[in-house]
Design a protein. Structure first.
Length: 275
């Protein structure tokens, strides 16, 4: 599933390639991806506008749009959630090489037939290019004027004091706290396992039992893992990720990894180093 780094990659694609291009048509016909909007409702709201800026908090992106006749006007916000397998593709004017970002899609990413099959939402620009959400599993989400209040602070930007207060409380396992998007936005299963392994923390420990120093170390390692994943193309670049399997061993000490369900997610950790 796309986590914060993959969504940041998609955000950068939109920022590089889709801003300030006039929207002349919208394909919002997929009633599941575009729920609760009716077909044509998003098109009516966005036609003749431009995307002015694109933002991200955790796994959610949203675009500011212009007024219809003036770039100084304010249009609705357009939110984009990649779901389990979504990817953003932006075509340049006159069929230029597409810019792509998000989770990896199976098969060749340049296949026109796959793009047509998996396209769930599209903005058509006046210059002939498009922005499309490609989503094989059809679990992405497009909506206007999203409620951002339900999300916690971004995992890559939260400061030390707020991290301690939000993550280090309650009886839930620390991994479950990391995965709770209302506590901290952007952390998924792989990123949580990586940060906890790097920090030497058992994912099953009650969050309130962590000391301030342990919480600070967890925050540092989480931020480090996020930066690494953004640089290297996604959370799959984590050091523990390739070892999360039944015969996997800790890449530091060689101990056999253990597996359990924590926070409703399959979790792997080193029983020797993570305490």
């Amino acid at each position: 599933m796309p986590e914060l780094p993959e969504v940041e990659s998609a955000r950068q694609v939109i920022e590089r390639s889709a801003l300030d291009r006039r929207i002349v048509a919208v394909d919002d016909s997929d009633t599941y991806v575009c729920r609760p909007h009716r077909p044509g409702e998003i098109e009516d709201a966005l036609r003749e506008r431009r995307l002015l800026a694109v933002h991200r908090r955790g796994k959610l992106m949203w675009c500011e749009t212009s007024g219809i006749r003036s770039r100084r006007g304010e249009g609705p916000l357009l939110s984009i959630h990649l779901g389990m397998s979504g990817r953003i593709v932006v075509d340049g004017p006159h069929d230029a090489e597409p810019d792509e970002g998000g989770d990896a899609l199976p098969g060749r990413p340049g296949s026109a037939s796959r793009r047509d099959t998996w396209s769930r939402f599209a903005l058509q620009f006046a210059d002939g290019g498009q922005l499309r959400l490609l989503d094989p599993r059809r679990l992405g989400r497009i909506r206007l004027d999203p409620d951002l209040d339900a999300l916690g602070p971004d995992a890559g930007e939260i400061d030390r004091g707020e991290f301690r207060e939000r993550v280090g409380r309650g009886t839930a396992p620390v991994k479950a706290r990391l995965l709770d998007q209302s506590t901290l936005a952007g952390v998924g299963n792989l990123l949580a396992d990586e940060a906890l392994w790097q920090s030497g923390l058992d994912p099953r420990r009650p969050a309130r039992e962590l000391s301030p120093d342990e919480l600070d170390a967890l925050r540092r390692q989480l931020r480090r893992a996020i930066r690494r994943a953004i640089r290297h193309g996604g959370v799959g670049a984590g050091e523990i990720v390739e070892h999360r399997r039944p015969d996997g061993h800790c890449p530091r000490c060689g101990s056999e990894l253990r597996r359990a369900t924590v926070g409703s997610r399959t979790t792997w950790w080193c029983p020797r180093e993570q305490r």
